[in-house]
Design a protein around this ligand. Structure first.
Ligand code: CAA
Length: 380
C-alpha cells in the first residue's frame, strides 16, 4: 500500500517544510547556544495558522486533518526537534483536549486563542513519583462553592513559563484511583499558580521544561474539562494523539540523520577513480537505518490515519512512538559515529540530533510503558 497524501496534506507538508527551512533553520544555532525559547518564531507561526492546524475553522483553526498536522510536525522536526515538541505539546495535549472533551464555552474562550497563536498551551500531568504511573498523582482539587482549590507540584512540564493555558490533572477523590482524577484548564495568571525551577536538558534546547506550583489556586467549576473523575481517561485519550506527534517528531530526527549520512557518504569513486565503490560498510549501515526509518514512517502515518478516522489507536500510537523514537536514537547515533570527529563537534547537526533524540524514548510514556500498553492491548 502506497502512502499517498491528498493535495491538501501535501500542500501542508510542503508549506511547513518551506517555513522550517526559511524561518526555523536560521535560528537553530541561537536556540542551541542560549537554550532560549523561540518566542518571536511562535509569533510568526500563529498568523500562518501553524498553531491550529487540526482545529476546526469554527474555533479559529485551519480545519486540516490529523495526517496533515502530523506531516507538518514531521517536517518541522527534521529542522528543529525543539520546535517540533513545542508545537506537538501545544496542539496535541494543550489544545485538542479542550476541543475534544470541553464544552462550547471553553472552546470559545480557550481553543480559539490557542488555535490562532494568541495563547500557547501546555499539559500538566507528571509529578514527582508519578511519571510512568500517571494515576498516582497527588495534586489535589477540592471543591468549594463555585470553584476548586488546587494544591500540588507538577514536574517536567513542556512549554511551562511560555504557555498561557495549562491542561491540568488533579485528584478530586483519592479513594477512586484513576477514576478519582479530574481535568482542569488553568490560566497562567491564576493567583497561587507559579512557574518553578527551569530544567537544563541535554537536548531540545529552546524548549522549556519547568516545575509548576499550585498553592491554593482557585479554579472556577466552569474550567473543569468533562466531569469529575473523567480526567484520567481524558489524559490517556489525549496522549494517544500526543504520542503520534512525538512519533512524527522522532521520525523527523531519524530522517534528518539519514540525510546527513547520505550527504557525507555519496557513492564515491574507488581510489583508482574508475568504478563506483559499491559496498562501503557505511552504505550497508545507511541502508539498514533507511529501512527502519521507512517502517517508522508507515507506523506514524497509519496511527495518524486511524486518529483522523476517529478509530481506536492506542496500540498503533504506542507502536509508532516506540519504533520511531528507537529509530531516531539509532540513526542519530550512527550519524555521529559515521561522520567521525565532524559529528562529535559541539553544535554540529549530528551532535544536536544525537542529544535531541534520546528524550523521545522517554517522554509521553517511556518505551517500557509503551511495551506494556501494546501487550495489554494485544492480550485483552
Ligand atoms: N484512552 C482513553 N481512556 C483510557 C486509555 C486510553 N488510551 N487508557 C486507559 N484509559 C482509561 C480507561 O477508562 C481505564 O479504565 P478501564 O479499566 O475501565 O478501562 C482507566 O483509564 C485506567 O486505565 P489503566 O488501568 O490502563 O491505567 P494504569 O494506571 O494501569 O496506567 C499507563 C496505564 C499506560 C501506565 C499510564 O499510567 C501511562 O500512560 N503512563 C505514562 C504517562 C505518560 O505518558 N505521561 C506523559 C506526560 S506528558 C509529556 O510527556 C509531554 C511532553 O513533555 C512531551
Amino acid at each position: 500500500m502506497e502512502l499517498r497524501f491528498t493535495q491538501e496534506q501535501e500542500e501542508t507538508r510542503r508549506r511547513s517544510r518551506q517555513f522550517a527551512i526559511t524561518e526555523i533553520s536560521p535560528i537553530v544555532p541561537w536556540m542551541e547556544r542560549h537554550e532560549a525559547f523561540p518566542g518571536d518564531l511562535l509569533r510568526k507561526m500563529g498568523p500562518l495558522g501553524l498553531l491550529g492546524l487540526p482545529i476546526p475553522k469554527q474555533w479559529g483553526g485551519q480545519g486540516l486533518d490529523f495526517i496533515a498536522y502530523t506531516a507538518a510536525l514531521n517536517e518541522i522536526s527534521k529542522v528543529s526537534a525543539a520546535v517540533g515538541v513545542i508545537l506537538s505539546v501545544h496542539t496535541s495535549v494543550g489544545t485538542l483536549p479542550i476541543l475534544r472533551y470541553g464544552n462550547d464555552e471553553q472552546r470559545e474562550r480557550y481553543v480559539r486563542r490557542l488555535a490562532t497563536g494568541e495563547a500557547l498551551g501546555a499539559f500538566a500531568l507528571t509529578e514527582h513519583g508519578a511519571g510512568s504511573d500517571a494515576a498516582s498523582i497527588r495534586t489535589t482539587a477540592v471543591r468549594e462553592d463555585g470553584h476548586y482549590v488546587l494544591n500540588g507540584t507538577k514536574l517536567f512540564i513542556t512549554n511551562a513559563g511560555a504557555a498561557d493555558v495549562y491542561v491540568t490533572f488533579a485528584v478530586t477523590d483519592a479513594t477512586r484511583g484513576p477514576g478519582g482524577i479530574t481535568a482542569f484548564i488553568v490560566d497562567k495568571e491564576s493567583e497561587g499558580f507559579q512557574i518553578g525551577k527551569s530544567e537544563k536538558k541535554m537536548g531540545l534546547h529552546g524548549s522549556n521544561t519547568c516545575e509548576l506550583h499550585f498553592d491554593n489556586v482557585k479554579i472556577p467549576v466552569s474550567q473543569r474539562i468533562g466531569g469529575e473523575g473523567e480526567g484520567f481517561s481524558i489524559a490517556m485519550g489525549s496522549l494517544d494523539g500526543g504520542r503520534i506527534g512525538i512519533g512524527a517528531q522522532a521520525l523527523g530526527i531519524a530522517q534528518a540523520a539519514l540525510e546527513l549520512m547520505l550527504g557525507h557518504f555519496p557513492v564515491k569513486r574507488s581510489s583508482a577513480g574508475k568504478r563506483p565503490r559499491k559496498f562501503a560498510p557505511e552504505h550497508a549501515e545507511i541502508a539498514r537505518l533507511a529501512a527502519k526509518t521507512e517502517a517508522a514512517r508507515l507506523l506514524v502515518y497509519r496511527a495518524a490515519g486511524l486518529r483522523q478516522e476517529g478509530k481506536p489507536c492506542t496500540r498503533e500510537a504506542s507502536m509508532a512512538k516506540m519504533v520511531a523514537s528507537d529509530t531516531a536514537v539509532e540513526a542519530a547515533g550512527a550519524a555521529v559515529r559515521l561522520l567521525g570527529m565532524a559529528g562529535c563537534l559541539e553544535q554540529s547537526p549530528a551532535e544536536r540530533l544525537f542529544r535531541d533524540a534520546k528524550v523521545t524514548q522517554i517522554y509521553e510514556g517511556t518505551n517500557e510503558i509503551h511495551r506494556i500498553v501494546i501487550s495489554n492491548q494485544l492480550l485483552r
